[in-house]
Design a protein around this ligand. Structure first.
Ligand code: IFM
Length: 748
């Protein structure tokens, strides 16, 4: 990584606590920890999550990604006064997350009510070298006098998911007057979670332990001398009954052993090992942007850091939640975000992780078949929201009308069926980028065939033409419509690809083939009309319009729903995100560029961008339509979804899909890469503000480095056989290195 990349908070502001809790979250794909401050504040949300640990708090509830016992909190008393930034005076404050090594640091110069000054340095990280380990440290220096310091911390099981308690305490223990251990069990899902914590500090400290009200705490008391720094280290380890690396141990035993071993190494050595893993990550995967605006590079680094810590690449039984492991928004559930927005980054940098994300869906096929059958369809209909079980997890009802007591049913699980085809699309994309025949023959084919069966059974015959009726496309402001362009085209592609791979692997079932071919022949595919517009659905283009300027100014806030009911929004040309633009992104050759531009302009005008998935996709389609300036604007606005100034934008976790989409804009947009059809092709269109874009790409067993500028393109093959590469329509042979000037391309 070039230079130090840090996300910094330079002022203590209660308003931003939840947002920074998400932005500065740490993790390693196995566990994720929110950046709540060590000391308590009512405005902050603590959060510690392990991928796959879900539970239902009660009958009729959807599964929550369980907020586990906290290991980060510390109650610090100095000369008998509880340390809090709401008390005394803050003389200096800086909190920063170092993306290059994954450490969170907070430096404070604090004056107590009596005017005595103290310097506190908090540090912590979640290990990238050992998935089960996390460590923290506070260094306290009294600057005006000798003082008495008391630090209390341990395993705090008072955490809830917005008030819902998921864990029963099984046991709390202290071993050898040193190791604290807490064991817990989820009520409904029956997962066991065990945590161990060990304190390391000056030998003279007086230690005591307490276990009360679901808190197992150790308190250390120490007299500190004026001007001398004192370190208090806490090393923790976590295991669950789902872990595949228990090696015959119970989680309780495993976490105690791991905790002891890690504590012996200590913070410094543990951090060095973790940081080395981060260096390797950046070495292999960083996207480098030379831009007039340094924010572009920072936003990409931020996105990649989070894409890495949200991916459970250790275990294919889990996937990526809409908020990763940074918060409880959407209950930690997995949406189409995972396959369409997040998977491509992994596919083109570490295909094995992409394979695992698809294996997650394969392992949940039975649940998807169950959902299809319950709804009267054949094949597999994946849940709109998924967790560990593979069954539909979308909460049945949305907000309650507190005047009438009526609850509104959530429509997505009933009709947002495009998820089945999104998974099929990602499956084919995986194959095109890897040619992994073994996967395709088994998992890939099963995913394609079962989802294809679903679509065939879902179609309605309307006088010979097949329609997909009563669906919701990605645009959730338009519910229960017929022949949604995105859904119909995706379903068609899904069935076509099922036939393609069945033929490729000699798995032709005559009856299925006949039905599939008939479906492909007769399914209505909305096409551009005389005015060049692809209708979003059967009725959209005939609906009334209103001026959306006011709502576009506050995009992302869903403010329109304060002025209009859902039904009214549904009955107008108002989009949360534009389905046709999404369709053009996934199928770049569907229509000629001028038709794509016509649709982009028409639909963008009617799009509020209230969905965090919207902006980046508009950026990609705009680049391809030659609209470099608006593409760059969309890109920068997409970067602001989490990083922008709105204090409430990311309270309940980050927008995983929007982060994945930043990589998509760079690689599929500005570099304009296409990887389908057996040849890697690109036709870069860098924004004027960028002088260079460099990124790694893994493609069909080759590891490549691409460096693109306005003047030349260079390709280095770091491993794998030579390959053909198509640049702006011209084919070249890439042996080890290839350099092409744009003048050369123009001359051809
Ligand atoms: O998957 C998305 C959906 O498209 C819009 N609402 C939020 C979901 C999770 O990000």
């Amino acid at each position: 990584m070039t230079g130090k990349r840090t996300l910094a908070e330079t002022e203590f502001d209660v308003q931003y606590m939840k947002k920074y809790g998400s932005l500065m979250a740490q993790g390693n794909g196995y566990l994720g920890m929110r950046a709540a401050n060590e000391e308590a504040y009512t405005e902050q949300t603590r959060g510690l999550y392990i991928a796959g640990i879900y539970n239902k708090a009660g009958a009729g509830e959807a599964s929550d990604l369980v907020n586990l016992p906290d290991l980060a909190g510390m109650r610090i008393k100095i000369d008998g006064t509880v340390f809090s930034l709401l008390d005394g005076e803050i003389c200096y404050y800086r909190r920063q997350l170092d993306l290059s090594g994954g450490e969170l640091r907070r430096q404070i110069l604090w004056k107590n009510r009596e005017g005595a000054r103290f310097h506190l340095l908090f540090q912590r990280f979640v290990s990238k070298a050992d998935l089960h380990v996390l460590a923290s440290k506070v260094t306290i220096t009294s600057l005006d006098k000798d003082a008495e310091v008391e630090v209390a911390s341990g395993i705090d099981a008072q955490q809830t998911n917005f008030g819902r308690q998921h864990l029963a305490e099984r046991a709390v223990r202290v071993f050898d007057e040193e190791v604290m251990m807490g064991s817990y069990e989820t009520g409904e899902s029956g997962h066991r979670i065990a945590a161990a914590a060990i304190f390391r500090c000056d030998k003279r400290a007086v230690r005591s332990f307490t276990a009360k009200n679901r808190q197992l705490l150790q308190t250390v008391k120490l007299k500190i001398e004026d001007g001398k720094p004192y370190e208090f280290e806490k090393i923790s380890a976590l295991y669950t009954s789902l872990d595949r690396d228990l090696e015959g141990q119970e989680p309780e035993e495993a976490c105690v052993l791991k905790g002891r071993e890690a504590a012996k190494a200590g913070y410094k050595a543990l951090f060095a090992a973790s940081s080395a893993e981060w260096q390797a990550f950046w070495q292999r995967k960083q996207v480098k942007i030379a831009s007039r605006d340094p924010f572009d590079q920072f936003a990409l680094d931020f996105a990649l850091y989070h894409l890495e810590i949200m991916a459970p690449s250790h275990d294919e039984r889990f996937s990526v939640g809409a908020k990763g492991l940074t918060g409880e928004g959407y209950k930690g559930h997995v949406f189409w975000d995972s396959e369409i927005f997040i998977l491509p980054f992994h596919l083109f940098t570490e295909p094995e992780t992409a394979r695992k994300l698809l294996r997650y869906r394969y392992l949940k096929l039975e649940g998807a078949k169950g959902k299809a059958a319950q709804n009267g369809y054949e094949g597999a209909l994946f849940p709109w929201e998924s967790a560990f079980s593979g069954r539909e997890e979308t909460p049945e009802f949305a907000a309650i009308n507190i005047r009438t007591g009526e609850r509104q049913r959530v429509a997505s699980p009933l009709a947002e069926h495009h998820i089945a085809a999104d998974i099929a699309y990602a499956t084919v994309q995986y194959y095109e980028a890897t040619t992994d025949e073994a996967f395709m023959k088994k998992e890939g084919l099963a995913l394609l065939k079962e989802t294809a069966r679903f679509w065939i059974s879902r179609a309605t015959d309307e006088g010979g033409r097949l329609s997909l009726k009563d669906v919701i496309g990605p645009d959730e402001y338009t519910e229960h419509v017929d022949n949604n362009a995105f859904t119909n085209h995706m379903a068609h592609y899904n069935v076509k690809q099922a036939l393609r791979f069945m033929a490729q692997f000699g798995e032709e079932e005559e009856a299925f083939k006949r039905r599939a071919e008939d479906f492909l022949d007769r399914l209505y595919l909305p096409e551009a009309d005389r005015e060049g517009l692809i209708p979003q659905d059967d009725t959209f283009l005939s609906l009334p319009e209103i001026d959306l300027a006011k709502y576009k100014e506050h995009q992302g806030s869903q403010g329109i729903l304060l002025d209009y009911s859902r039904k009214e929004v549904n009955d107008m040309q108002i989009l949360k995100q534009a389905d046709v633009v999404m369709l053009l992104y996934l199928f770049p050759d569907l229509v000629p560029p001028e038709t794509a531009l016509r649709n982009l302009e028409y639909y963008e005008y009617r799009t509020i961008h209230d969905s965090s998935l919207s902006k980046a996709i508009h950026a990609i389609v705009a680049v391809r339509c030659g609209q470099a300036e608006s593409a760059y604007r969309f890109f920068q606005e997409a970067c602001e979804i989490d990083l922008g100034p709105d204090p409430n934008s990311s309270d309940e976790g980050l927008h995983s899909a929007a982060l994945g989409a930043l990589w998509l804009v760079t690689v599929f947009g500005f570099a304009n890469i296409r990887a389908g059809g057996g040849v890697l092709s690109l036709a870069p269109k860098l924004p004027e503000q960028w002088t260079e874009l460099a990124f790694p790409l893994v493609y069909r067993g080759r590891r490549l480095e691409l460096v693109l500028s306005h003047e030349k393109l260079s390709f280095t093959k770091l491993s794998g056989p030579s390959m053909r590469i198509s640049v702006s329509g011209e084919e070249f042979l890439l042996e080890d290195r290839l350099e092409i000037t744009t003048v050369q391309l123009e001359g051809k």
